[in-house]
Unconditional design. Structure first.
Length: 234
């Protein structure tokens, strides 16, 4: 990978412009100044995305003039709310993945965008045999996994998640300088009295357990242990 080229181009992945428009493609905190045909504009995007979908954009043109601001509405977002200076945008249409706000912009204008991030279950097509009877977890743009480091008591393959078990997001400042985990009540298959028995007619006991999932991109950064994305659904 050409790291120097990637680093130099990161800003363009977040925001770009044409003669009469500024487009935000990614969120997560960025500030820049751009030259449009009507004048120079400084923009600043403030958020803790992808942990929160609450996004604020500050628009600072050198002088008031008309141009369009295009906001990326991610495909995972089932709904959104946008406002300019506290006034909601009603009836805004998303075309090609972007909400376009066209107006005369002035110094001090503020845009807010709310992208709800409920914790969700994701299921694979029944033809995907390895994932039949299993479920994955996601929140916003992030897919989650379970690691043994967060779920002690044996391999995480012994955990089962009930279909109606509530998924609870939790802000964890003690993990990786701050992440959002998902927790849920689950059950764990108990090794118990099996000893050296490999097969038997009696099913293993199921013990109550608390399941903790963290974003998949963070796995394998702690002590060795098992990991699972597609969880057995009880």
């Amino acid at each position: 990978m050409n790291a120097s080229r990637l680093i130099a181009s990161v800003g363009g992945y977040f925001v770009s412009h044409s003669d009469d428009a500024i487009a935000f493609h990614l969120y997560g905190g960025i500030s820049t100044r751009m030259a449009l045909s009507g004048g120079n504009v400084a923009v600043r995007e403030v958020s803790t995305y992808p942990w929160s979908g609450d996004i604020r954009i500050e628009v600072e043109p050198e002088a008031p003039f008309d141009f369009a601001l295009k906001l990326r509405i991610p495909g995972w977002a089932r709904s959104f709310k946008a406002a300019v200076n506290g006034t909601p945008i009603v009836g805004g249409k998303v075309e090609n993945g972007y909400l376009t706000i066209s107006r005369r912009w002035s110094v001090g204008d503020r845009v807010t965008l709310e992208l709800p991030m409920p914790a969700e279950r994701i299921y694979a097509h029944p033809a995907v045999r390895m994932d039949a009877g299993r479920v994955a977890l996601k929140r916003g743009p992030l897919v989650y996994c379970i690691e043994e480091a967060d779920n002690p008591g044996g391999p995480v393959q012994r955990l089962k998640l009930a279909r109606d078990a509530p998924l609870q997001p939790a802000q964890r400042s003690d993990l990786f300088e701050g992440v959002v985990t998902l927790t849920a009540p689950a059950v764990r298959l108990a090794e118990g009295d099996w000893k050296d028995t490999l097969y038997r007619p009696d099913a293993p006991a199921e013990l109550p357990a608390n399941l903790t999932a963290l974003p998949y991109y963070l796995w394998n950064n702690r002590e060795p242990g098992s990991m699972l994305v597609w969880l057995v659904e009880a």
